[in-house]
Design a protein around this ligand. Structure first.
Ligand code: SF4
Length: 404
C-alpha cells in the first residue's frame, strides 16, 4: 500500500527517497499485502535476491561461535531453541553445556527423573519448558524409536514445540526450507517492511509469516534463518538499532523512512498487578520445612519454603509486617509452633507473569508437627541443597547460609 493511499497512518519524515517498487513482487497474496499497514510496498523479487546475498555474506564472517552450532544435531538444536525462548544467549550457554554433559543423548534425558531435569534447569526460569522438554524426550523415545523426527508435523506434535521451534529445528539441523518468526525476527521484519502496526496483531502476523517464507533461499536455509536471528539480535537491536553497520541497510524501508527507532509499533501491554508476598525459611535444629509445588501453581515441580500472599492473610500487614495475624496464620496453616518472632532478612522485588511482587523474606525457628500439613516436610540443610528450588527460595537460602 502506498503512502498516498494510507489513512490514519503517521506520516513519516523521509530523509531519503523510498525505494522504487519493482513490478514483480514476492508471493504474499494481495489480500494480505493490502490489509497490512505497510508504509512501503511489499518487496520485489530483486529485493529478495539482494537481501539473501547480503545477509548470508555478513553471517559467514560475523556469526557467533555457540556450542549448539558446532554440532547441529536435532537434539542439540532443539535443546538450544527451547532454552533460548525468553532467555538471553549469554545466560543459555552455560546451562546448555551442563545439560548436554548430564544428558548427552535424548534417551538419557527421557530416562532421567523429573527432579533431576528440573535441578539442571534451576535458575533458567519458565520451568514449564523443562517439563515439556522431558515429556518430549519421552515421546521421542516411546513413539519415534529414540530418533528425533525429521518431518514438520511430527516435530510439531512434541510438547513445547510450536511453529517457530519446529521450523528452526528442521531448518538448522536438516536444512529444510521452513520459515521462522520469533522475537528478533518480528522486530527485524517489521522494520524491513516498515510495518506500521502491532506485529503481533493477527493481520500483521500472517503478513510476517508470509514474508519469512518469501525470504527463504532454495538452499542453506538453516544458515539463512540463523543469520536473520543473529542480525536481529546483534545489529537490529530493540533500542538504537546499529543501522550504520547493517549489511541490509539498502533493503530497509524503516531506515529509508527514518523510522528505525520508532518501529515496531509496541503491542498493547497487559497491565501489571502488584502484590505483596512473604517467604518463610522455617528451621528447627538443622531441619528445614519445605514443600514441592503442585501442578497448576507457579514453579510446579520445584521446591519452596512457606509462602503467602500477605494482603490475603492480613489487611494491615502492609503497614507492619510481620503482625500477629500473619504469625497466627503460619501456625494454623502449617501446624507449626513458633519458637521465635519472624526475623526479616531481606526484601526481593520480582515479577511473575503479569504480577509485580514485593517479597519479604523471613527466617524463623519453630517446632514442627509429626505430619506436615499441605505437603510440607522436613529436610536437612544438606538435603535441601540437592533439591531444585525456585529462584527466590534459592536467594533466601544463599543469604541464610552466609548469615545464619
Ligand atoms: Fe534494522 Fe537498521 Fe538494519 Fe533496518 S537498517 S534492518 S532498522 S539495523
Amino acid at each position: 500500500m502506498s503512502l498516498s493511499k494510507r489513512k490514519n497512518a503517521t506520516q513519516p519524515k523521509s530523509k531519503k527517497p523510498i525505494t522504487k517498487v519493482a513490478s514483480s513482487q514476492g508471493t504474499a497474496p494481495a489480500s494480505i499485502r493490502s490489509n497490512a499497514h505497510l508504509l512501503n510496498e511489499y518487496p520485489s523479487a530483486d529485493w529478495f535476491k539482494k537481501f539473501r546475498k547480503a545477509i548470508l555474506k555478513w553471517y559467514e564472517s560475523n556469526q557467533r561461535r555457540l556450542p549448539w552450532r558446532d554440532d547441529p544435531i536435532p537434539y542439540k538444536v532443539w535443546l538450544s531453541e527451547i532454552m533460548l525462548q525468553q532467555t538471553q544467549v549469554a545466560t543459555v550457554v552455560d546451562y546448555f553445556n551442563r545439560f548436554i554433559n548430564k544428558f548427552p543423548t535424548i534417551i538419557e534425558l527421557a530416562n532421567a527423573d523429573e527432579q533431576t531435569v528440573l535441578s539442571m534447569w534451576e535458575g533458567l526460569g519458565y520451568y514449564r519448558r523443562a517439563r515439556n522438554l522431558h515429556a518430549a524426550a519421552q515421546k521421542v523415545r516411546d513413539d519415534f524409536g529414540g530418533i528425533f523426527p525429521d518431518d514438520f508435523e511430527s516435530v510439531l506434535s512434541l510438547p513445547g514445540v510450536g511453529r517457530y521451534s519446529a521450523g528452526a529445528i528442521l531448518s538448522i539441523a536438516g536444512d529444510q526450507k521452513l520459515p521462522i518468526l520469533e522475537g528478533n525476527t518480528y522486530r527485524l521484519h517489521a522494520r524491513l517492511l516498515a510495518l506500521h502496526d502491532d506485529p503481533r496483531s493477527r493481520g500483521s502476523e500472517s503478513l510476517l509469516w508470509q514474508f519469512a517464507e518469501d525470504l527463504l533461499p532454495t538452499k542453506k536455509c538453516g544458515a539463512f534463518n540463523q543469520s536473520l536471528m543473529e542480525l536481529g539480535s546483534e545489529i537490529c537491536k530493540p533500542k538504537k538499532p546499529l543501522c550504520q553497520c547493517c549489511p541490509v541497510i539498502k533493503n530497509c524501508a524503516a531506515n529509508q523512512l527514518d523510522m528505525a527507532d520508532k518501529l515496531p509499533i509496541k503491542s498493547k501491554r497487559r497491565k501489571f498487578v502488584r502484590r505483596h508476598d512473604a517467604l518463610f525459611f522455617i528451621e528447627n535444629r538443622g531441619q528445614v520445612w519445605v514443600r514441592q509445588r503442585k501442578q497448576g501453581e507457579w514453579w510446579a515441580g520445584l521446591w519452596d519454603f512457606a509462602r503467602f500472599n500477605v494482603s490475603e492473610v492480613a489487611e494491615t500487614a502492609e503497614k507492619s509486617p510481620p503482625n500477629e495475624r500473619l504469625q497466627n496464620h503460619l501456625e494454623a496453616e502449617l501446624g507449626i509452633q513458633l519458637k521465635s518472632h519472624p526475623k526479616i532478612l531481606m526484601t526481593i522485588n520480582h515479577a511473575v507473569t503479569h504480577h509485580k511482587i514485593r517479597l519479604d523474606c523471613y527466617w524463623i525457628k519453630a517446632k514442627f508437627p509429626d505430619a506436615g500439613k499441605q505437603g510440607f516436610k522436613q529436610v536437612t540443610r544438606n538435603e535441601l541443597s540437592e533439591l531444585p528450588l525456585n529462584v527466590t527460595a534459592r536467594k533466601l537460602l544463599s543469604m541464610i547460609e552466609k548469615s545464619c
